[in-house]
Design a protein around this ligand. Structure first.
Ligand SMILES: [Zn+2]
Length: 86
C-alpha cells in the first residue's frame, strides 16, 4: 500500500491506516468506500482532522479546489459509524 502524508501531523503512513477525504460539491467528505475520485487528503486520527480543520484553507490548499471549512465532528461521526476508526 502506498504511503500518504497526514494533513494534521504530517506523519507519513500506509494509506490503509488513514481516512481519505475528497471534495464533493464544494465540501470535504470522508471517502469511506474508496470510491470518490479526484484529489484526496488524508488524516490519521480524529485529533489530526481537528487540527487540520482549525487551519484556515488547509483543505482548500490540499484539495486544490474551493471547499467549505469542514466540521470535524460531523465527518468523524461518519468515520466512526463504519468502524474504520474509533
Ligand atoms: Zn496525523
Amino acid at each position: 500500500m502506498p504511503d500518504r502524508t497526514c494533513i494534521g501531523c504530517r506523519a507519513v503512513l500506509d494509506k490503509g491506516l488513514m481516512v481519505r477525504l475528497a471534495a464533493v460539491e464544494g465540501r470535504a467528505v470522508p471517502d469511506l468506500g474508496g470510491k470518490l475520485g479526484g484529489r484526496g487528503v488524508y488524516v490519521c486520527s480524529e485529533k489530526c482532522l481537528r487540527e487540520a480543520c482549525k487551519r484556515k484553507d488547509a483543505f482548500q490548499r490540499a484539495l486544490k479546489t474551493k471547499v467549505e471549512q469542514p466540521e470535524p465532528e460531523a465527518i468523524w461521526e461518519k468515520v466512526r459509524a463504519t468502524g474504520l476508526k474509533g
